[in-house]
Design a protein around this ligand. Structure first.
Ligand code: ZN
Length: 90
C-alpha cells in the first residue's frame, strides 16, 4: 500500500480563500483494541492500520477547514494565481 497520493497541482482553500501554501494532509487510522468488561481497562491493543481513502483529505493551516483534495484543486483552477500582476496577488 502506498501513502496518500497527492496531486501535483496548485491548491487554493475554498473556505478562507487566502491560502495556497500551507496545508496538512489528514490520514485516518484504525486501531483495534480489547477491553476488560469489568474494569474497563484496555487489555489488547493492535498496531494502527491506515484506512485507504480514494483521495487524500487536505486541511488548510490558515482557517482549519478540512476537505477532499479535489475541492482545493478545483478552487485553484477557478481562481488561478496571477503572477503577472503582483498587486492583485493571492
Ligand atoms: Zn482556509
Amino acid at each position: 500500500m502506498t501513502d496518500n497520493q497527492m496531486q501535483d497541482k496548485p491548491y487554493f482553500c475554498p473556505n478562507c480563500r487566502s491560502n495556497r501554501v500551507k496545508f496538512n494532509v489528514v490520514t485516518t487510522y484504525s486501531q483495534s483494541f480489547m477491553k476488560d468488561a469489568i474494569t474497563g481497562s484496555v487489555t489488547v491493543q493492535e498496531d494502527p492500520l491506515q484506512i485507504a481513502e480514494p483521495e487524500p483529505n487536505i486541511q488548510c493551516r490558515v482557517c482549519g477547514f478540512t476537505g477532499n483534495e479535489l475541492r482545493f484543486v478545483k478552487q485553484a483552477e477557478r481562481e488561478p494565481r496571477q503572477n503577472t500582476n503582483p498587486g492583485q496577488g493571492l
